[in-house]
Design a protein around this ligand. Structure first.
Ligand code: FHN
Length: 486
């Protein structure tokens, strides 16, 4: 039967379409394949400076974050067998030599029925914090999320039965607060990661002949799968590793882990404890080798000066990370504000810790201090956020710090002491028409400048009264930085 022209044309068109479609599919398949291969071939350790700066930019502008140490250790809260256990609260399993089965009882008793993720996120906002880093798993191995990899977590092992990270990540998203996860490489609960000699939980094990031979299996079959589910389930902006110092964990594992995490979320930030480069509590990498990690992590201290690489000082408000009922050694709000100013002037970030109680309450002394820092930032925040360190100095004497608005010739000279009636700044020359004022006051202050005496500002009583009670006084000056001043 002669085919109708329309039919033959139709069939031809159909045939052409099929060929075209299959070639498109093939082309897409090749593209996909190339893309897959492309993703597989990315070496995240060879990132360009532009790409690195772009990835770090939100974090550098953020300056101030909340650290949260929360886990079953909040149940004993520093007391075991009716005795005070010395040291930081989250280490009670080690310092108190608590056998695993005993510690698991704390995990079963951990029912944070008063936990209110939204009120926590609102408090971060009120404190002026732009990001949070919470323990997804500390050294005790207990997860704060509903893990498919292990049932040793708050959602499955504890009667609480709910996912803490799911609640908090959602609350932080609502408040536009970036979400980070602290994750311990060291694990005192997993048989393939435990110390194989006594004292069983002794983490300062430096004798590399005593590594757990099963540790590589723990890394591949447990640590990575849990990190995979954390990243795919909660979309964190930061992975904050810790517990990397044990000899079981090697530099090669660190490089591989960095690549692995970035391959799961290329834009994620990873601290330097992903690898072995950290030099003790001062937290910065030994620059003799190429260690992985996007920023250094000084702990309980602030760098003496500035650094060529990114860094974040993490600190407690009292003396413990995890809650201890008898630790009342709280730093004052003034000390916390001065720490934030000092870190910012030196070009770092400040990660300030809270240790909630087992029931999910943030201790009132912590709340008071967070609100106090937030009150100072509500007036002086422009001198902290979206700023950069000066080229030549970060301080003048012991009681003055300088910051600079990013890509603007606006400088902030911050006095940590009451300036009284007059103050002299040696490192900024104001523009001729610059109006200098204190943040918190609209009054334009009288000033004079000479190459000899530099910038002298008369601080009126009315301006000081307008600023009122504060932990530090910020002068705003449009001008240029004076370098080479001795
Ligand atoms: O051992 C941990 C400690 O418990 C806490 O988590 C601090 C905070 O960064 N890091 C380790 C000590 O360096």
């Amino acid at each position: 039967m002669k085919k109708r022209p329309s039919v033959s044309i139709g069939l031809s068109l159909a045939l052409f379409f099929c060929i075209f479609l299959s070639s498109c599919k093939e082309k897409n398949a090749i593209q996909e394949n190339e893309k897959t291969e492309e993703v597989a071939l990315v070496n995240y350790l060879e990132e360009s400076k532009e790409d690195f700066d772009q990835r770090m930019s939100w974090w550098r502008d953020a300056k101030f974050g909340m650290f949260i140490h929360w886990g079953p250790y909040a149940v004993p809260a520093g007391i075991y067998k009716e005795k005070e256990v010395e040291g930081i609260g989250e280490w009670i399993m080690d310092k108190g030599q608590v056998p695993i089965k005993e510690y698991e009882k704390f995990a079963k008793e951990w029912i944070p029925e008063d936990f209110d993720a939204e009120s926590w996120a609102k408090l971060m906002k009120e404190a002026g914090m732009k990001y949070v880093v919470i323990t997804s798993k500390h050294h005790d191995g207990f997860g704060l999320w509903n893990s498919e990899v292990s049932n040793y977590n708050i959602a499955n092992f504890s009667p609480y039965g709910k996912d803490i990270l799911k609640q908090l990540s959602a609350a932080c998203k609502k408040e536009d607060i970036k979400f980070g996860l602290y994750h311990s490489i060291m694990d005192w609960h997993h048989p393939q990661a435990q110390a194989i000699h006594e004292p069983k939980y002794n983490v300062w094990r430096t004798d590399s002949t005593k590594v757990n031979p099963e540790f590589p299996k723990y890394v591949e079959n447990y640590l990575k799968p849990q990190l995979h589910e954390l990243i795919t389930s909660y979309d964190p902006d930061i992975i904050w590793f810790d517990g990397e110092w044990i000899p079981d964990y090697t530099h090669e594992m660190g490089l591989d882990m960095y690549q692995y995490i970035r391959s799961l979320k290329p834009s994620i930030l990873i601290n330097n404890r992903v690898d072995k480069g950290r030099r003790g509590m001062m937290g910065m990498n030994d620059d003799k080798f190429d260690y992985a990690g996007d920023f250094g992590t000084p702990e309980q201290e602030i760098l003496e000066g500035t650094a060529a690489t990114d860094w974040e000082s993490c600190m407690t408000m009292n003396d413990t990370w995890g809650f201890k009922k008898n630790d009342h050694n709280w730093k004052s709000t003034e000390v916390l504000v001065h720490n934030l100013i000092d870190v910012t002037a030196k070009g770092g970030n400040y990660l300030l810790n809270i240790g909630p109680t087992a029931k999910g309450i943030i201790p009132q002394p912590s709340v008071n201090r967070l609100k106090g820092v937030g009150k100072w930032l509500s007036v002086n925040g422009e001198a902290v956020f979206d700023t950069e360190k000066l080229a030549s100095t970060y301080k003048q004497g012991e009681s003055i710090r300088y910051t600079k608005k990013k890509s603007k010739s606006i400088y902030y000279a911050i006095s940590l002491e009451n300036p009284e009636s007059e103050i002299v700044f040696n490192y900024i020359e104001p523009n001729k028409d610059s109006k200098i004022h204190l943040l918190g006051s609209d009054e334009s202050l009288k000033w004079s400048y000479s190459d000899e005496t530099k910038l002298t500002i008369e601080v009126s009583k009315t301006a000081l009264d307008e600023v009122g009670k504060t932990e530090a006084w910020t002068f705003v000056i449009e001008g240029k930085e004076l370098t080479g001043v001795n």
